[in-house]
Design a protein around this ligand. Structure first.
Ligand SMILES: [Zn+2]
Length: 272
């Protein structure tokens, strides 16, 4: 399997002590490609450093939770981060009216500022929306955003259709494995055009609830992406290997990554 995890928060403190082991397990599980999510300017710098050191990619942005901490230096800092070859998207940015850690006017202001930055740099956008539909949709439509992924999509049918109408890509996480909250996604995922489906773990959050046994401290990690991919493949009635290759192709095209080469084991067998 050759999967791409388009959203992993590897700068999170729960990964500080064993990141190399986490990445080894991911590669062994068939997840060699990971995009490290940036959620503040500082975390985006850390994400860039991890991407550079470990041969991964990263995003640069400020999560709506942290909108209240943004200031005149934020956009220039993100712009200079975006010039780095391993930074492949602006975000995560968006609106979160679920937790409301930042006031709505701050969230909207810095969401729009990051949209404009992404559009001016011709970079894809990595978008977060929680309980913010339809305001989120109105802002995207107004700014004619197209090259963007609605990361960790957990919404209902009307929300999905609105994003698809805008040409957005859709990121599916282990939320789909949750028999209480994610059941509706098993059906909705069939409405996503094949070329716009992306997979992600959102590690260390959203550990698939049906993983058995549950990992230590319930920490999610990219090595669990095949589990999510199998659930999505079952919902679509398609072979998981095919879905893996297709969603990786989608990720490469969307983020402008190079198509991954053969897995190391395949290279070894070719050489033998
Ligand atoms: Zn998010």
């Amino acid at each position: 399997m050759n999967l791409t995890d388009i959203g992993a928060n590897l700068t999170h403190s729960s990964f500080h002590d064993d990141l190399d082991a986490v990445l080894e397990r991911a590669a062994a599980a068939g997840v060699p490609n990971i995009i490290v999510t940036g959620t503040t300017v500082l975390e985006s710098e850390m994400a860039r450093d991890i991407a550079e050191r470990c041969g991964l990619h990263a995003t640069a942005g400020v999560h709506p939770h942290h909108a209240r901490d943004c200031g005149p230096q934020t956009i220039p800092a993100l712009r200079s981060l975006a010039a780095h070859p391993r930074i492949v998207a602006i975000g995560e940015c968006g609106l979160d009216f679920n937790r409301n850690y930042s006031p709505h006017p701050d969230q909207e202001r810095w969401f729009v500022a990051q949209l404009e930055l992404g559009l001016s740099l011709d970079k894809p956008l990595f978008l977060h929306s929680r309980d913010a539909h339809p305001r989120f949709y109105e802002i995207l439509k107004h700014h004619r955003v197209k090259r963007a992924v609605a990361h960790c999509f957990t919404g209902e049918r009307d929300e999905l259709r609105a994003y698809l109408e805008l040409d957005l890509h859709i990121g599916i996480t282990g939320w789909i494995c949750d028999e209480r909250r994610g059941r509706h996604l098993l059906e909705l995922v069939r409405e996503i055009p094949r070329e716009r489906l992306l997979l992600e773990t959102d590690s260390p959050y959203l550990t698939p609830r049906d993983l058995d046994p549950q990992p230590k401290a319930r920490r999610n990690e990219p090595a669990f992406l095949p589990h999510i991919a199998r659930t999505v493949a079952r919902a679509l009635g398609r072979p998981v290997e095919e879905l893996a290759a297709e969603t990786t192709r989608n990720a490469c095209r969307f983020f402008g990554l190079h198509e991954p080469g053969p897995a190391p084991s395949a290279q070894r067998s070719l050489a033998a």
